[in-house]
Design a protein around this ligand. Structure first.
Ligand code: LRH
Ligand code: MN
Length: 388
C-alpha cells in the first residue's frame, strides 16, 4: 500500500472486537486470581470495553459469551452498550460447562443431550436478534479422551446435523463462524480439531458459514498464515480469535509471544484482501488476563494488532511481487523483513493525534483514574468469571 496516507486510512478503518470475558476473572485449573475492580455483570464489562475503545478509537464492538453474559433484557444491554459508546458484536455459544456435556454436546451419543445443545445454540440466535448482532460464533469442546470411546465418523454426522439446524435458523444478514481447536479439554479426538474439518462443515452448510482462526488452537510449528491464505482464497475466513502462546492454548496477549508470527499472519490477510470490509473478516481478541490488569492488557493488545497491521501494510507489494516472480529468494524475503523491522510506533502515534486521541493510549488510560474508580465502586456482588 503506497503512501503513509493510505496506510493511515486503513489503520483508522481497522476494527478490533474485544471479548467480554477478557474483563472478568480467569485462570487455570490451578488457580483463578481475582482482581479488584473486576466487573460483576455484562453492563460493567461493556463499560470497561468502552475504555478500550475510548483510548484506541478502533475497538467499538464487544463479543458476548452466553451464559456468562446472560441478562433478562438483551435490548437494555444493547442500549447500555450504545450509551457507553460501543456495540455488541459476536454472540459466543457455550456448550462446554453443563454436567450434561461430559461426553460432548452436539456430538454426544444421546439425542436428548444433543437437543439440549441445539436449543442453546438457537437461543444464541434469538440473542443475536435482540442485540442486533450479525454473527454466531461456535466453538465445541466436544471430543473423546480414549481410543474406542466413541465412533469418530458418527460424531461428525451428529455435529453436521446440529450445525444444519442452526444454519437454517439464521435470519437475513446473519452468519455463523465455526472455530476449530487441536485439543483441550478433550485429549484424544476433538470433533472440530483443525481448519480442514471446520472448512468441510462450512462448505456443506452454505455461504453464511465461515471459519474462525484462533491463533492459539494449532499444533506447535503450524504455519497459520498458510491456513489464512487458503481460507481467504476460498472466501471462508470469517474471523480471528487473536491471542498468543508459547506452548498450547495459553491465551496470552496477542503479539506478546510471537510478534513476527502475528506480522506474517496479517501480511497474509493483506495479500488475500482480508482488510477489505467486503471480505467480512472479523478481528477479535480472545484472551485471558490471569495475572495482569485487564483493561490495560486489552489496550496493549489492540496496539499490538495495530503495530503488526501497520508493518504488513508497509510491505512494498510491487517490489515483493517482482522479486518473487524473478525467483529472487533473498530479495523477496528482504522486502518483507524491511517492513517488519520498521518502527511503526511514530506513525501510529501521529495517527492517534490526528484522530484526537492521546498518542500513548495505555498511559492515557492509567492517567484517567478509571482503574481507581472501579476499584472504589465495585465493592460487593460477585465478580464475573468463567463460572467453571
Ligand atoms: C476456546 C475458546 C473459544 C471461546 C473460549 C472462551 O478455547 O478459544 O473461542 O469460547 O475460548
Ligand atoms: Mn477462541
Amino acid at each position: 500500500m503506497s503512501g503513509t496516507t493510505a496506510v493511515k486510512a486503513a489503520l483508522q478503518a481497522q476494527r478490533i472486537e474485544t471479548p467480554s470475558w477478557g474483563f472478568g476473572n480467569s485462570g487455570t485449573r490451578f488457580k483463578v486470581f481475582a482482581q479488584q475492580g473486576v466487573p460483576r455483570d455484562p453492563f460493567e464489562k461493556l463499560a470497561d470495553a468502552a475504555q478500550v475503545h475510548a483510548a484506541t478509537g478502533v475497538a467499538p464492538t464487544v463479543s458476548l459469551h452466553i451464559p456468562w453474559d446472560k441478562v433478562d433484557d438483551y435490548a437494555a444491554l444493547a442500549a447500555h452498550a450504545a450509551d457507553v459508546g460501543v456495540r455488541i458484536g459476536m454472540i459466543n455459544s457455550n456448550t462446554f460447562q453443563d454436567d450434561a456435556y461430559r461426553l460432548g454436546s452436539v456430538a454426544h451419543p444421546d439425542a436428548a443431550v444433543r437437543r439440549r445443545a441445539v436449543d442453546h445454540l438457537l437461543e444464541c440466535v434469538d440473542i443475536m436478534d435482540a442485540t442486533g448482532s450479525d454473527s454466531l460464533k461456535l466453538w465445541f469442546a466436544d471430543g473423546t479422551n480414549y481410543p474406542g470411546q466413541d465412533d469418530i465418523a458418527a460424531r461428525q454426522d451428529r455435529l453436521a446435523e446440529a450445525l444444519a439446524r442452526v444454519y437454517d435458523r439464521l435470519g437475513e444478514g446473519q452468519r455463523m463462524v465455526l472455530e476449530y481447536k487441536l485439543f483441550e479439554p478433550a485429549f484424544y479426538t476433538t470433533d472440530v480439531p483443525d481448519w480442514g474439518t471446520a472448512y468441510a462443515h462450512c462448505l456443506k452448510l452454505g455461504p453464511k458459514a465461515k471459519v474462525v482462526v484462533d491463533t492459539g488452537h494449532h499444533a506447535p510449528g503450524t504455519n497459520i498464515e498458510f491456513i489464512v491464505a487458503i481460507l481467504l482464497r476460498e472466501g471462508r475466513l470469517g474471523a480471528f480469535d487473536f491471542n498468543s502462546r508459547f506452548y498450547a492454548d495459553d491465551d496470552l496477549m496477542v503479539g506478546a509471544a510471537d510478534p513476527f508470527q502475528l506480522f506474517r499472519i496479517l501480511h497474509a490477510v493483506r495479500a488475500g484482501g482480508g482488510f477489505d470490509p467486503a471480505a467480512g473478516v472479523a478481528f477479535m481478541l480472545d484472551q485471558c488476563h490471569n495475572i495482569e490488569p485487564k483493561i490495560p492488557a486489552m489496550i496493549r493488545s489492540v496496539l499490538n494488532v495495530q503495530e503488526a497491521t501497520a508493518k504488513a501494510l508497509l510491505v512494498d507489494a510491487d517490489a515483493l511481487r517482482t522479486a518473487q516472480l524473478a525467483g529472487d529468494v533473498l530479495g523477496a524475503n528482504a522486502v518483507l523483513m524491511d517492513a517488519y523491522n520498521t518502527d511503526v510506533r511514530p506513525l501510529l502515534a501521529e495517527l492517534r493525534e490526528e484522530m484526537g486521541l492521546d498518542p500513548n493510549p495505555v498511559a492515557a488510560y492509567q492517567a484517567g483514574g478509571y482503574a481507581e474508580k472501579i476499584v472504589a465502586e465495585r465493592v460487593g456482588g460477585t465478580q464475573a468469571g468463567w463460572g467453571a
